[in-house]
Every structure is written in C-alpha cells, then in structure tokens.
Design a protein around this ligand. Structure first.
Ligand SMILES: Nc1ncnc2c1ncn2[C@@H]1O[C@H](COP(=O)(O)OP(=O)(O)OP(=O)(O)O)[C@@H](O)[C@H]1O
Length: 292
C-alpha cells in the first residue's frame, strides 16, 4: 500500500487504491470484493473493494461517468455484477437479492414519488411493497412523515410539493421498513441551498436516531465533507482513494485544503467536468427540473 502522507504527486489509476484508515472487514455491514460491471466493451465499474462499517455515513465521489451509480445499482440488486461479489449484512447481492431488499432502502436520482398522489398515498403504496403488516402501516407512515417534517402536507398532492419536500418524501419512502442501510444517489441534486441543508440535517438525524448506515453519492464536495465519516473517490470505474475527509485533506500537506483539492489531486478533474455525455447531462437536468 502506498504511503499517502507527504506524497503530493498525482495519483494514477494504475496505483493500488489507498485506504488511509483501513476498515476491518469484521465490523463491516457492506463489503465488495473485485466488484466489476461491463456494458459491452466498456468497463463501468472495475474491481471495486469497499468496506463500510455499520452506522457510517459513506460517500462515493467521482466525476461524471466514474461508476458511482452503477456501483449503487449493483449494491441495491438492480443490476447484476459482471464479476466479483458484494454482501450487505452478510447477504449476497446476487444469491440473496430478495432478502437484501428487506434490509436496504434506496433513493434513486430519478423521481420515485408519484405526483398525482398525495404524500400519504405514496407512502401507503411503499408500505405494501415492503410487506409491512396492515396494522403497522398507518402508525409507521405517520412516524416517517413526522420525522421528515411532512405531516402537515400528508394529504396534499405531491405535484404541489417543493423540490425539498419531494426529496424528504422519497427518503421517507425508503425508510418505511426501517432499513439497516440507506442508499442516496445524489440526494440534493436540483435543490436550493436551504432545501439542501435540510436534507443534510435529516441524514445526520437518521444516523443519530436510528443508527442507519448511509451510502450516498454526491457532486457537492462540501456536502461530502460535512456529512461523511469516510469517502471513496472513484475515477474511470476504479476506487482511487478511500479515507476520512479530514485525513485526506491533511495528507496533501497544504494550507487550507478542501475536499475539492483532494478530489482534483486524485482525479486530476474538476467534479463538474470530464466524461459527461448527453445522457448523463439530460438525466441530471431532468431530475433537477422535476424537483425544482
Ligand atoms: N445502462 C448502461 N448502458 C451502457 N453504458 C452505461 C449504462 N449505465 C451507465 N453506463 C456508462 O457507465 C459509465 C459509468 O456510469 P455511472 O452512471 O455509473 O457514472 P456516475 O459516476 O454515476 O456518473 P454521474 O455522476 O454522471 O451520475 C458511464 O460511462 C456511463 O455512460
């Protein structure tokens, strides 16, 4: 393993990925081993090894097209890996997919709430999808509505919600069955700063009150710095570095280092550029517009 401290040369993808605190797999709730996904000739996720501890907020960072969403889709059983393996709470994502779905929640980038229904109705549908027993549904729905600060809007149509309220409803949907691990794929894309800070507060509260392990992707490095216990930076399908944000920043041995500096150091890229194609841009803009 390369020595991170004092090394200010740009990291290349040929190097071994760095892990500056080397999580032990024994207390991991999520593990991937050589997780790989190909789309035809294109390798979207390339031999990714991750260990996430129970109760951590873990950030997956990387430029557009780095492989973050594809990784999340494999972990949430929506896409089978080409090779390699992944386990959550000791369950294999391929062989035990239906059991995995009971212990995870997932908020995708694309809209997952139906605008023509009320918030309550959306939650009722999810409570049935999650097989929550009939007598527990209503109290559970009111619990999550209250937790997300949406109880007064419960019977309003979702199309009348603000972008921030829709995001909170989507997190509520994903939390109904009290998952051990919650995946948030760009939870604050398209939100204004106030709504974004509300979502940050919610993530912190979820972890504090329920001990939920949270795995999020984001393009906002300030957000990752504020929320995440550890981050992994991906580039071209590989994890190039994993670590605690403060230690990653300190390791550059520069004054006033931000996570942006760390990101540029390891990827040589500004997070808003590089590898972007029309499909990705239009998807992000579509999501932002629908939330906005
Ligand atoms: N279904 C698919 N078919 C073909 N290629 C795909 C598919 N899904 C993703 N890709 C490609 O795989 C690569 C990784 O995409 P992915 O969406 O995982 O990146 P990302 O890091 O999540 O990017 P973004 O930050 O833009 O969401 C990209 O080159 C993308 O074009």
């Amino acid at each position: 393993m390369a020595n991170l401290h004092g090394n200010t040369d740009r990291h290349t993808s040929e190097d071994m990925p760095l892990d500056i605190n080397q999580a032990q797999s024994s207390d991991s709730i999520l593990e991937t081993r050589s997780l790989t996904r190909d789309f035809g000739q294109m390798r979207a996720v390339d031999n990714v090894n991750l260990d996430v501890k129970a109760g951590e907020v873990f950030g997956l960072l990387g430029p557009n097209g780095a492989g973050k969403s594809t990784t999340i889709k494999m972990l949430t059983t929506l896409l089978p890996p080409s090779t390699g393996s992944a386990a959550i709470a000791g369950l294999d994502v391929v062989r035990q997919a239906s059991l995995i779905r009971r212990v995870i929640g997932y908020v995708p980038q694309a809209l997952s709430a139906d605008g023509s229904l009320t918030g309550y109705e959306n939650l009722l549908i999810f409570s049935k999808l999650y097989d929550i027993p009939r007598k527990h549904r209503e109290p559970r729905i009111w619990d999550v509505l209250e937790f997300m600060g949406l109880q007064d809007a419960a019977h309003r149509l979702v199309r009348q919600y603000s972008g921030g309220m829709i995001r909170r409803l989507e997190v509520a949907q994903a939390m109904l069955h009290q998952p051990q691990v919650l995946f948030l794929d760009e939870p604050t894309v398209g939100l204004d700063p106030l709504a974004r800070s509300y979502v940050w507060a919610l993530v912190k509260q979820l972890r504090a009150e329920y001990g939920t392990t949270i795995i999020l992707t984001t393009h906002f490095l300030e957000e990752a710095d504020s929320l995440c216990d550890r981050v992994a930076i991906m580039q071209a399908g590989k994890v190039v570095v994993t670590g605690i944000p403060s230690e990653l920043k300190a390791s550059l041995n520069r004054e006033n280092t931000t996570l942006d500096d760390v990101f540029i150091h390891y990827t040589g890229d500004q997070i808003t550029t590089g590898g972007t194609n029309y499909r990705e841009v239009s998807r992000t803009r579509r999501t932002a517009r629908r939330l906005g």
